[in-house]
Design a protein around this ligand. Structure first.
Ligand code: AMP
Length: 602
């Protein structure tokens, strides 16, 4: 098999790695950097810039420099997070025809998949140059909370970049692989991921190579850029005090300040004090103005104390959602550039009461894990089996409005399950397949994922046609459902695209509702069950009545018809006792018909 690259397609930075000769290598980009900003810019003369070069000109060309599109990928414009971006992003965000969020630059619309593809293509080219061969196959990572649409969209971005995406894996799982976790042991780990624009904390349980995300929490608008922004404000204020000049409207000065702020922040992770020096930042009638300021680590830490505290609050929430005490955590892994900051490491160590594992470069851990997964797929590594599980059951709506589960919660992916179903009415020309996800017994209480029809079923009495339904989940957690009429061999297939995101929080809520509504659900199931029985009996009684009417007295006929009518009416109510009573009466009528039919043979 060809080489498989591992890609961390990040919100702020992306990284590509490869497993070669028993070790993983992070592949530097054409400028020699090990990570590439996930930024794409379009210049007025029609050039497209990607990565560092796009980042450098961002402030001077704000409306045509696109960044953080990962927050929009596979999402509708009306999603709250996209709405928030729309309010603050310097570039234009608008809805595509299908309502998905997209970006408009110089009058041309780009989907977040296309923007992602530009970044991916850059990484692919870097890998090709490094390996001196064509690269096609890749493993790409996504946040654990990404839903089916977001995963599909990420896969599409890969395809647009000319990549064959072998697998999409969860970022915390990739990090765990990079840290060498999961081969043959078991335990619970916390992956603390603080990057440039987002924070995620994931609690993962693993056993014999199976990773299960127990909880993810975080903030998609919390990261290193917030620290840089605070530092910039300090610099802008002190410059204003010293010179009386407000630099807010000077894009070139702002760009230099932003870069200097980030550089100072990074330096203060290894030294206690640094000097910010920006000569010739601006000028007034008295000549050029320079900015010079000494910044200490203590000052920086005070500036962002509350931001770090907010991440710890999320850790607390994630632990309680996972039902785990900090002492039960067997390892804490650090991911994301911001975790190099000593104050962040101290806060994490204090909360979990254990030193975080720092053996892998946190900027690169996710890409390294993706490369290891690539090597597993290529057959170069065999010790680790990486598997994920289905977070919620998947099934279809069956008669009586019930959810019939085909794939149970926690089934290991990839998996495929086939079951045979039939029609519920005579001469039914089509079957409606309603695909659902959830744990509640009534279909209406679960999340609807897709609906489709299998048409052209030949005329037949109910129960006769045989419809084979197959649910398959691939290794990326993407569901395909197919329905096949075994008689006509006609087939319908849908790849299910969830219309809304299911975060770990949502999964938790669904599970706790399933428990909370257990009693009410039991009554509803009983009701659905008895309705199904009474409708079945109405159907068979009507049919046999037609065949045996001549052998029954007028009185008997009237009684049977009245029982049928009462049964029909009661079936529409939610009155369990009434349905039970009319069912009993109808059973007597049905027996009477059977007696008459068989009287000559007794
Ligand atoms: P990521 O999104 O994981 O690439 O993280 C990028 C963020 O980490 C940016 O805000 C960087 O400024 C920040 N970062 C990178 N290296 C360091 C460092 N040594 N100390 C503090 N922050 C850093």
């Amino acid at each position: 098999m060809d080489k498989v690259i591992g890609i961390d397609l990040g919100t702020t930075n992306s990284c590509v790695a490869i497993y070669e000769g028993g070790v993983t290598q992070v592949i530097p980009n054409s400028e020699g950097s090990r990570t590439t900003p996930s930024i794409v810019a379009f210049t007025p003369d029609g050039q497209r810039l990607v990565g560092n070069i796009a980042k450098r000109q961002a402030v001077a060309n704000p409306s045509s420099t696109v960044f953080a599109t990962k927050r929009m990928i596979g999402r509708k414009l009306k999603t709250p997070e996209v709405q928030r971006m729309q309010m603050t992003a310097p570039y234009k965000i608008a809805a595509a025809d299908n309502g998905d969020a997209s970006v408009v630059v110089h009058g041309r619309r780009y989907t977040p998949q296309e923007i992602g593809a530009f970044v991916l293509r850059q990484l692919k080219e870097a890998a090709q140059e490094y390996l001196e061969q064509t690269v096609k196959d890749a493993v790409i990572t996504v946040p654990a909370y990404f839903d089916d649409s977001q995963r599909q969209a990420t896969r599409d971005a890969g395809r647009l970049a000319g990549l064959n995406v072998l697998r999409i894996i969860n970022e915390p799982t990739a990090a765990a692989l990079a840290y060498g976790i999961g081969a043959d042991s078991s335990g619970t780990i916390a992956v603390y991921d603080l990057g440039g624009g987002t924070f995620d904390i994931s609690v993962l349980e693993f056993s014999q190579g199976v990773f299960q995300v127990k909880a993810t929490h975080g903030d998609t608008f919390l990261g290193g850029e917030d620290v840089d922004a605070r530092l910039m404000d300090v610099l802008l204020d002190s410059f204003m005090q010293e010179t009386g000049i407000d630099l807010h409207a000077d894009p070139v000065a702002l760009q230099r300040l932003k870069d200097a702020a980030e550089r100072a922040k990074i330096e203060l992770s290894s030294v206690d004090e640094t000097e910010i020096s920006l000569p010739f930042l601006t000028a007034d009638a008295n000549g050029p103005k320079h900015l010079r300021r000494i910044l200490t680590r203590t000052e920086l830490e005070q500036l962002c104390e509350d931001l770090i505290a907010a991440t710890i609050d999320h850790c607390r929430d994630a632990m309680s959602a996972a039902g785990v005490q900090p002492t039960q955590i067997t390892d804490v892994l650090l991911v994301g550039g911001m975790t190099k900051m000593p104050a962040v490491q101290r806060a994490v160590q204090h909360f979990f009461n254990r030193a975080p594992n720092r053996t892998v470069n946190p900027d690169e851990a996710v890409a390294v894990g993706a490369a290891i997964q690539g090597a597993i797929l290529a057959g170069d590594v065999s010790e680790v089996v990486l598997l994920d599980v289905v977070p919620l059951s998947l099934g279809i709506e069956t008669s009586g409005g019930l959810l019939t589960k085909l794939i149970p919660r926690n089934a290991t992916v990839p998996c495929s399950i086939t079951e045979v179903f039939t029609t519920s009415e005579d001469y039914q020309p089509l079957v409606n397949v309603h695909v659902l996800q959830g744990e509640r017994p009534l279909a209406a209480d679960n999340t609807s994922l897709a609906r489709f029809e299998l048409v052209g079923i030949p005329p037949a009495l109910r129960g006769v046609p045989k419809i084979e339904l197959t649910f398959s989940i691939d290794a990326n957690g993407i569901l395909s459902v197919s329905a096949r009429d075994l008689g006509t061999k006609r087939e319908q297939l849908v790849r299910v695209r969830a219309t809304s995101g299911l975060t770990e929080g949502a999964i938790e809520r669904i599970l706790s509702e399933a428990e909370q509504f257990q009693d009410a659900d039991r009554i509803n199931v009983e009701l659905a069950d008895i309705r199904r029985r009474i409708q079945g009996l109405i159907y068979t009684t009507e049919r046999s009545l037609g065949e045996s009417a001549n052998y029954l007295t007028e009185g008997e006929l009237d009684q049977i018809r009245a029982d049928l009518e009462n049964a029909r009416r009661s079936a529409d109510t939610a009155d369990l006792n009434r349905i039970q009573a009319t069912l009993r009466d109808l059973e007597k009528s049905a027996f009477r018909i059977t007696e008459v039919m068989y009287k000559d043979f007794s």
